[in-house]
Ligand binder design. Structure first.
Ligand SMILES: [Zn+2]
Length: 302
């Protein structure tokens, strides 16, 4: 069972991560970001209206104060981006996640247009790495007819993730609200049958890019670490769903966590490590990248 940031993985990560600073801007930055020879472009699929009941800890005086302080209604929602990322180096193009597609209606599915705006055709994407198989990350792999949208792409996912969403028992035990998530995950695996590569734990995705297991949100949830020379960027998947609410309160979990205690422990461990090491981080539900600093009992992105 992969455990995030075991001593072995910390040592392995440390070897990959010299402590010198990268060229990434010191202030929160909407990108694109350069990491050595890689360019990382955030593709915003849409804005999700996150309601406080989706982060139950935010249904509190502290939550209302944060929302109010950000100029939002104290009752919410907090608009949060849904991102995929285009990673390119020379003539090579990879995607990390693919957005919602048409699963969540007309307010989403902007990844395709964002990709086209970068001059990239779907058949030029050689690989799609999936942080996890939730529909807001994998739905965009499908056309409205549930066919593969990326004709040439290999799909790479953690073995535990593919197994969970393919498991009839897991589906039977899951909340009814999660049934559409199983439908989308299974449709994606079927549409890309024969070109799904299942990986286990830390794995090299391509030269300079590694999978970082971050379990809890889902069993095979992972981030991606991009390293080139002294430069690096960690794209941490869904470790944070709301920068506004969860950075100051890392113990506030989302209702979609498969294992909330594990998700919280992963978030705490990763924030602590990122703050200590000065790692630049980006995420699927953050509009900017930046570095993590401790701020009282919580953290902030700088
Ligand atoms: Zn998500």
């Amino acid at each position: 069972m992969p455990v995030p940031f075991t001593r072995r993985s910390l040592l392995a990560a440390s070897a990959l991560l010299p402590l010198s600073l990268t060229r990434l801007a010191a202030a929160p930055d909407p990108g694109p970001w350069r990491v050595g020879g890689f360019t990382v472009i955030r593709l915003e699929d849409g804005l999700f209206p996150l309601e406080p009941p989706m982060i139950p800890g935010a249904e509190s005086a502290a939550g209302r104060a944060l929302l109010d302080g950000a100029g939002l209604s104290p009752d919410g929602p907090s608009p949060e981006p849904v991102n995929a990322f285009l990673i390119r180096r020379g003539e090579r193009h990879w995607l990390l996640d693919a957005g919602c597609g048409t699963v969540f209606g007309p307010d989403f599915d902007r990844v395709s247009a964002a990709l086209a705006a970068q001059g990239v055709r779907p058949d030029q994407v050689e690989t799609v790495w999936l942080s996890h198989l939730h529909a807001d990350h994998a739905g965009g792999l499908l056309t409205p007819q549930r066919q593969a949208r990326f004709a040439q792409a290999e799909l790479v996912v953690q073995e535990r993730e593919a197994a969970f969403w393919s498991d009839a028992g897991a589906r039977a035990n899951a909340a009814t609200a999660l049934a559409p998530m199983f439908d989308t995950a299974q449709a994606v695996l079927a549409a890309y049958a024969g070109r799904v590569r299942r990986i286990a734990g830390e794995a090299e995705l391509t030269d300079g890019i590694r999978a970082v297991p971050l379990p809890g949100h889902t069993p095979g949830h992972m981030g991606v670490l991009i390293v080139d020379g002294a430069e690096r960027l960690l794209i941490w998947g869904d470790v944070i769903h709301s920068r506004l609410l969860q950075m100051p309160h890392p113990d506030w979990t989302v209702i979609w966590d498969a294992d909330p205690a594990q998700a919280m422990a992963t978030r705490r461990r990763l924030l602590d490590r990122a703050a200590s090491e000065g790692w630049p981080v980006a995420g699927m539900h953050m509009a900017v990248a930046g570095r993590i600093e401790r701020d009282g009992a919580g953290y902030r992105l700088t």
